[in-house]
Design a protein around this ligand. Structure first.
Ligand code: SAM
Ligand code: SF4
Length: 445
């Protein structure tokens, strides 16, 4: 056993989804509470937390190359390395065996115990903590003190859907909803700390259920309605939803709650009913399209987004063409598409008919071309609209600012007074990935 000095500085590197970004922020708060400071930009940190993603093979492999890079860069004094997130959960013992430089492994439901693991690492002990207690983590985390203008708030974790390709039910565990009381408190703290927009997060965010202050059972729409009453909160978003958990109330909220932004990320994965069945998605292409129509009826300008997997085992060219047809029918404002990646332990990994890599590459390209075409068209149709833009950071050019439109488009413009401002902007020109805007009135902060 080699004892080592207590780390004085840290860096958290988060990969993957927004829930990992949220977890990364919470880990940073825990470390700061322990008296460890964020490493200044460009300086090596004494402690590096790799907050990993296991959703696809490439994401998992990155961890090992990152560990190698950290060890090499550290030379005589390599940093203390902690592996957190879903790779930690799925491959904890394997990481310990394969990467001796890793001092601790902590799963997504156990990271509140990171400070203890650091103390153990200082004493020379290597430890794995991948327990999955139901709700101990959030209670043990410190109160929120800092917030970006657009902040994340995890309201729900885990998944009971068991799509046949997906590791999430195994790495994040069963669906749990955080209590209304805790969420209201955390949202209030985020707003006090400067958040103007809160994105409610969950692997299946619309499966959230709880009891409000009066003891009434509420769903995501009820939570949104109550958060909308926070006076200094200007915008609410949520992601990621599952088609099977969409309620009438949630659709209605899009028409009734002004602070709920006109944006919906509703993954579909495929346009083929046979593939959807093999994926265990329990919705069809037609039922998905019907749902989108209902959202559009509630909020005509809603921007639609989704996720797709190409090359699921057995996917034929004709079935892939059905996905392209669905894309054409929807006209997405944005969408994410991935090549199928077999994940050990999932039912799809042992299915027959794995699609050749070149076929997947070619299908992904065609799908992304279609999505990019629709995204550009959506941006072009936005030209001439007037909207609020929430300023998130400075742009690259002097005097330029970057913020988000209600439809989650990136908008560049000049004349804002600072980060966090809600600026009134006219959208003047469209590119494939962003828009140029003109400030209409000096912004009210
Ligand atoms: N719960 C959400 C849902 O049901 O859509 C999303 C969870 S997952 C973190 C995000 C996306 O990753 C999925 O929507 C899916 O498109 C993609 N994904 C999940 N497993 C995958 C796999 N084995 N190969 C490729 N993409 C995958
Ligand atoms: Fe994975 Fe399906 Fe659950 Fe989404 S719904 S997290 S894709 S198992």
């Amino acid at each position: 056993m080699h004892t080592r000095e207590s780390p004085k500085t840290f860096r958290v590197k988060s990969f993957g989804c927004q829930m990992n970004v949220y977890d990364g922020e919470r880990m940073a708060e825990l470390l700061a509470d322990k008296g460890i400071a964020p490493a200044p930009d460009g300086e090596e940190a004494d402690l590096v937390v790799l907050n990993t993603c296991h959703i696809r093979e490439k994401a998992a492999e990155k961890v090992y190359s990152d560990i190698g890079r950290l060890v090499k860069a550290g030379g005589e004094r390599p940093p203390m390395i902690a592996v957190a997130g879903c790779v930690a959960q799925a491959e904890g013992e394997e990481i310990m065996a394969r990467a001796p430089a890793v001092g601790m492994v902590v799963g997504p439901q156990a990271y509140h115990r990171l400070p203890e693991l650091i103390d153990r690492a200082v004493r020379g002990e290597r430890a794995v903590d991948t327990e999955m207690p139901a709700d101990a983590k959030f209670a043990a985390l410190p109160a929120r003190r800092r917030a970006a203008p657009s902040a994340f708030l995890t309201i729900q974790e885990g998944c009971d859907k068991f799509c046949t390709y997906c590791v999430v039910p195994y790495t994040r565990g069963a669906e749990i909803s955080r209590s209304f009381k805790d969420l209201l408190r955390e949202a209030q703290r985020l707003v006090e700390a400067g958040a103007r927009e809160i994105t409610l997060l969950g692997q299946n965010v619309n499966a959230w259920t709880g009891e409000d202050a009066k003891g009434r059972s509420i769903g995501l729409d009820g939570l949104i309605r109550q958060l909308a009453a926070l006076p200094d909160l200007a915008r609410i978003r949520y992601t990621t939803s599952h088609p099977n958990d969409v309620t009438d109330g949630l659709i209605a909220a899009h028409g009734e709650v002004a602070k709920l932004m006109p944006y919906l990320h509703l993954p579909v994965q495929s346009g083929s009913d046979r593939v959807l069945k093999a994926m265990n998605r329990s919705h069809t292409a037609a039922s998905y399209l019907k749902l989108l129509d209902r959202f559009r009826a509630a909020r005509a300008d809603i921007a639609l987004s989704g996720d797709f997997i190409v090359g699921f085992p057995g996917e034929t060219e004709a079935e892939f063409t059905e996905t392209l047809r669905l894309v054409d029918a929807v006209g997405y404002a944005q969408a994410f598409s991935f090549k199928y990646s077999p994940r050990p332990g999932t039912p799809a990994a042992t299915m027959t008919g794995h699609v050749a890599r070149e076929v997947m590459d070619e299908r992904l390209q065609r799908l992304q071309d279609a999505i990019n075409r629709d995204q550009f068209a959506f941006n072009q149709r936005s030209v001439g609209r007037r909207c609020t833009v929430l300023v998130e950071r400075k742009g690259k050019r002097p005097g330029q600012w970057l913020g988000k439109s209600p439809w989650l488009q990136s908008v560049f413009f000049e004349g804002a007074s600072g980060i966090g401002e809600m600026a009134e902007v006219a959208l003047a020109a469209a590119g494939p990935n962003s828009l140029a805007g003109e400030l209409l009135v000096p912004a009210a902060a």
